[in-house]
Design a protein around this ligand. Structure first.
Ligand code: BES
Ligand code: ZN
Ligand code: ZN
Length: 494
């Protein structure tokens, strides 16, 4: 769905379906001053009586087919006092899906109709655009018998009565669009099955993104990964015939090339069988989502490619599948990581942390990061702790935790803080190596974070996001969780 911008007297606005929003107990026509000019029929249509403004209540109203805006989809926002951006995103999603159901050819939002909401119009427009585009995106590349693809309006217009369309609203809409492109890119990667999104396929995606948006990329294959000394990463790839790929992307607009970069590291396990510590088969198919961290980093780069953010950003995604075979790592094997520390692999299903530590070491060896943030579908324990609605955030300083949590909550990604207390590492001491790759079952999320922390040097600002819960839903599939947070962190400089 494309975005359009119409500036004209209200009676000249054109779209098949206008999207309107009202608070509980407030009349639609009251809150929107120029509605009488743009949609005169709406003041007399009986259907308007139904629009009570209850949260997500949908009312459809019709004018004569010959008028420039013959249909309205009105969605309730609930109590004015409890308005949040979440409420708006939900309402826009509801409106967009109603447009799909009604097969609306085109749709539009009058920007001035947002004036009565207590929040900047730029923020509201950005969120509305992002939400509509995310709601209408589907993954049906692999469906060959579907009669017709899910309907999507050809365009969504933002309507203004100003002589010139306001620049700030235009820019806000484009920001929302860039964010949605990133989120939807991630969803496509994570929804794609493991026979399609292999490590090599991800390497090709990095090449494509790099060519399209002028990003530098460095891609290491099996031999180079071994040569570099990434023994922890290779211990996961050992069981698979599929070539692992260590993918580095760099966004460095002119003038930022020598800045200290923000580095994002994403877990790219394209399929997690558990390895020799094999997972039960029930729901194992969902482990195609185990590259959700890498997927978010890729989505960030798609979003950056559609933005004009002047900051140096590095994305590192170690990618491999985790397979059992005669060459796979045995439980009990000891491997040497890139920074020289030895790890006793007690459980080959705790593989995410093994690939991440070599990427974290690489980030600190190659760059002088202003901050390192890793994202990973790392532990089932995190899903037990927080469920599907929130990710855990661990960070070396409270400001970073706070920044991530607040940034996330503004754009709809929820984070909850967890502790990085060193005594949790006691359970990971090994008799034969520097550490084991697992602690006790209890506190499994914290043990995983503490394991990663062993590879972070003094004074490096680092945060770890365990996104195992929110990255993927059994029902709706991939969510693109994290992409919008990363984009906003980059925009604000973390
Ligand atoms: N990829 C899984 C974690 C996961 C679980 C992601 C559910 C998404 C949804 C991870 O590699 C894993 O298997 N972790 C083990 C660690 C354990 C062996 C210490 C787990 O959580 O059970
Ligand atoms: Zn695993
Ligand atoms: Zn995993």
């Amino acid at each position: 769905m494309n975005l359009r911008f119409q500036q004209a007297p209200a009676e000249e606005w054109q779209a098949n379906t206008v999207l309107l929003f009202n608070f509980k107990g407030e009349e639609v026509t009251e809150s929107i001053p120029n509605l009488r000019d743009s949609i005169p029929w709406i003041t007399i249509t009986p259907a308007i009586q139904d629009a009570k403004g209850e949260k997500n209540q949908v009312t459809v109203a019709y004018g004569h087919p010959s008028v420039p805006m013959p249909r309205a989809v009105i969605v309730g926002l609930g109590d004015r006092k409890s308005f949040t951006l979440e409420v708006l995103r939900d309402a826009v999603k509801t409106a967009a899906l109603k447009c799909r159901e009604l097969k609306a050819d085109t749709c539009a939002i009058p920007v001035e109709a947002l004036d009565t909401i207590e929040e900047e119009n730029t923020v509201l427009v950005e969120e509305a655009v992002a939400s509509a585009l995310i709601a209408l995106h589907t993954y049906d590349a692999l469906k060959t018998t579907q009669k017709e693809p899910a309907h999507t309006p050809r365009w969504m217009a933002l309507l203004s009565t100003e002589d010139f369309f306001p620049d700030d609203i235009h820019a806000a809409a484009r920001r929302g669009e860039a964010a949605a492109l990133g989120v939807n890119y991630t969803r496509d990667l994570v929804n794609a099955p493991a026979n399609i999104i292999t490590p090599s396929a991800l390497a090709e995606k990095a090449e494509e993104l790099g060519k399209k948006y002028n990003f530098k990329r460095t891609i290491l294959g099996r031999e180079e990964i071994i040569e570099a000394g990434m023994g922890a990463f290779m211990s996961v790839a050992a069981g698979s015939d599929a070539d692992p790929k260590f993918i580095v992307m760099e966004h460095a607009p002119k003038g930022t090339e020598n800045d200290d970069p923000i580095v994002f590291v994403g877990k790219g396990v394209t399929f997690d069988t558990g390895g020799i510590s094999l997972k039960p088969s029930l729901n194992m198919h969902e482990m195609k989502c185990d590259m959700g961290g890498a997927g978010a980093v890729f989505g960030l780069f798609e979003a950056l490619g559609n933005s004009d953010i002047e900051r140096r950003v590095i994305g590192i995604t170690p990618c491999t599948d985790n397979m059992p075979s005669s060459t796979a790592t045995h439980p009990g094997d000891v491997v040497t990581s890139l920074n020289g520390k030895t790890i006793e692999v007690i459980n080959t299903d705790a593989e995410g942390r093994l690939i991440l530590v070599d990427a974290l070491t690489y980030a600190q060896k190659e760059y002088k990061p202003s901050a390192i943030i890793d994202l990973a579908t790392l532990t089932g324990a995190c899903v037990v702790a927080l469920g599907a609605h929130a990710a855990a955030v661990f960070a070396t300083d409270d400001d970073l935790t706070k920044n991530i949590a607040e940034t996330g909550s503004r754009v709809g990604d929820r984070y909850w803080p967890m502790p990085l207390w060193d005594f949790y590492f006691e359970a990971m001491k090994s008799d034969v190596a520097d550490m084991k790759n697992v602690g006790t079952r209890e506190g499994g999320t914290i043990h995983a974070a503490l394991f990663l922390k062993q590879f972070i040097e003094e004074d490096v600002r680092w945060a770890h996001l365990d996104i195992a819960g929110p990255a993927y839903n059994s029902k709706g599939g991939a969510t693109g969780f994290g992409v919008r947070t990363l984009l906003e962190l980059v925009r604000s400089g973390v």
